[in-house]
Design a binder for this molecule. Sequence first.
Ligand code: GLN
Length: 278
Amino acid sequence: MKYNKRFTTTAAVAATFLLAGGLAACGGGEGEGDGGGDGGGLEDSYVVATDTAFVPFEFEEDGEYVGFDIDIINEVADRVGFEIELETTNFDGMIPGLQTGTFDIAIAGMTITDERAEAVDFTSPYYKSGLRIAVPVDNEDITSVDDLEGLTIATRLGSTSADYIENNIEGATPNTYEQLDQAYLSVEGGGSDAVLYDAPNVEYYILTAGEDSLKVVGELLEAQNYGIAVSQGNEELVTAMNEALAAMIEDGTYAEIYTEWFGSEPEWLDELAELQAG
Ligand code: GLN
């Protein structure tokens, strides 16, 4: 199934594919080729989707995609032994893309939720997160989530934060944007009262582009874990990636990558280690 799809999407992959087993190119049917079968077999390469921009997990710099997630997936791919064909997409297109088979894997600071787990498979958690509120630096009225009732809150389409606003903040109007810079701009420009989004993203934004305009208020809301999402029917790949993640946490590689992007080791490293499968 992966062969078939890739064959029609990129020429480079078609070339690899032809080298790998030209015969199947004619039929291209489901389950044909060496990786066919129920959830079995590892391929030589996978289409990996990432978010267009979710600092500091993935973003474009000098024409290249960089970030914590990019380093993590590169290391995982090295250890499991597959090539990555990286594609970027809007966050809300990621799960549909996995469901239709446009992508095999998605890494995008994606929160593991029960609802999503019905549509895609997740690896063990690779990052412990939560949600945060930010307001304009001169705002003295909003100091906690309770102050957000009835206000207009900027966030992103299809995110767990959009759900959080809808389910937990009474009378709030979510202003949902496809891209996060639009959400931040909306608060900076006065179109929204606050922004609510993933803590590491809000914190990173405030350390960088939003330094003079926004500040964090209140407590960390709602504990969340990020997982790497995989299209259903790839159990062997999920298992192999879980083993790689566990080994990276165990041997210090994970902490090294984390420190590169977040400045110091995570406080929750032991907790994360315990969450690994096996
Ligand atoms: N963690 C959030 C979610 O899963 C947002 C991730 C993102 O914007 N890339 O909904």
